[in-house]
Design a protein around this ligand. Structure first.
Ligand code: NAD
Ligand code: UD1
Length: 316
């Protein structure tokens, strides 16, 4: 086992979580997943269920977290992930995205565990691009506000740690996509929705006419960034962008997906959704300097892999 790491992954049965867990198990870490299966699936963990040192705990991260053996590291991914849902129900977002972080911080202090937290590009709002970590964040949604507040709590916990040395890093994920991203809700990620609809021959909706741009990053690259942050030099409460550094409009994305899937689905326009930022693109110099990480999977290759997975699920 890699230096005796015991990694707790909250939200480990979800999209990003399950890829992260597979990477940790593959290199021999002991892994505990804590997940309430609200959007995650036990099936996502099929490849690791019987691995030595793997444990699944079905529990709610907004309640105090107690494990039989304390973790040495925590990857905190459990969350409500939709910007639109956070606007419809800010109190639930507060609970799932901020209270859960406070539970994780309490456990980290007790266990002396390093925390890698899943923050988001949504903390920036519509600021100058590309978004650099030194910009003043201006989140435009409860989701972005609660991710930013979580970052502040982690930094304050590291600064005020009486024992000294609590390590925490916030990774600001941009738009993550890939196999296992669920298209099952209207609030799901745009790539998973577009692929499922294109393959079913259903119309693709372009909110705001599809002019919004996003920095898409493949889930395998994101899992590598999480492992780099777990292993990297000690960092007290720093934030780092995790993106590809490019920008693709939602309309271009839709057209690319129609071409890849050879779909005859139509594109239809709808009003922009409230609270969403228009353009988003990461400055990725900090994570390259600090952790030696950069995205490697180009969008075309990532979309092909994701389309193959969606087609497999639809055909299964
Ligand atoms: P996901 O919905 O697939 O994963 C979230 C997981 O957390 C699910 O397995 C769910 O069952 C679990 N969960 C939710 N609330 C919980 C609770 N209270 N207790 C225990 N488990 C709970 O979503 P994802 O896309 O894999 O997102 C993972 C993390 O990355 C989230 O924190 C999200 O905000 C963040 N993030 C995602 C993206 C993206 O583009 N997907 C971008 C930026 C940040
Ligand atoms: C996504 C993530 C969020 C993350 C953020 C980081 C999801 C559900 N949301 O938010 O967790 O913190 O990236 O940048 O994974 N769109 C359409 N048609 C559709 C669906 C979406 O036009 O059918 C558009 C949206 O209006 C938006 C863009 O696609 O302009 C992206 O939307 P979405 O995938 O929901 O992601 P974000 O809101 O960027």
């Amino acid at each position: 086992m890699d230096g005796g790491k015991h990694v707790l992954v909250t939200g480990g049965a979800g999209f990003i979580g399950s890829h992260t867990v597979e990477a940790l198990v593959a290199r021999g870490d002991r892994v505990t997943v804590l997940d309430d299966l609200s959007t995650g699936r036990r099936d996502n963990l099929a490849a690791v269920e019987s691995a030595p040192g793997f444990t699944f705990v079905c529990a709610d991260a907004t309640e105090p977290i107690a494990l039989a053996t304390p973790p040495t590291h925590i990857v905190h991914l459990a969350a409500q992930v939709s910007v639109t849902a956070s606007l419809a129900d800010p109190l639930t977002d507060l609970k799932k995205n901020l209270v859960a972080t406070l539970r994780v911080i309490a456990l980290a202090k007790e266990a002396r565990a390093r925390v890698v937290f899943a923050s988001s590009a949504a903390i920036y709002g519509d600021g100058p691009l590309p978004s650099h970590e030194s910009l003043t964040p201006r989140p435009a949604s409860p989701y972005g506000i609660h991710k930013l507040a979580s970052e502040h709590h982690l930094r304050a916990a590291a600064l005020n740690d009486p024992a000294g040395g609590l390590e925490a890093v916030a990774l600001r994920f941009f738009n993550v996509y890939g196999p296992r991203q669920s298209p099952s809700s209207p609030y799901a990620g745009v790539i998973s929705i577009f692929l499922a609809r294109a393959l079913a021959g259903e119309a693709l909706t372009l909110f705001g006419g599809g002019v919004a741009t996003r920095d898409f990053v493949y889930v395998g690259d994101v899992a590598r960034a999480i492992l780099a942050a777990l292993d990297g030099p000690a960092i007290a409460g720093e934030a780092m962008n995790v993106g590809g550094g490019g920008a693709t409009s939602v309309r271009t994305l839709a057209e690319t997906i129609l071409a890849i899937t050879r779909s005859t689905s139509v594109l239809r326009e709808a009003p922009a959704r409230a609270g969403e930022i228009v353009d988003s693109r990461a400055d990725v110099t900090r994570i390259a300097e600090r952790l030696g990480w950069r995205a490697e999977v180009p969008l075309a290759a990532g979309l092909e892999a994701t389309a193959a997975w969606v087609a497999g699920v639809a055909g299964a």
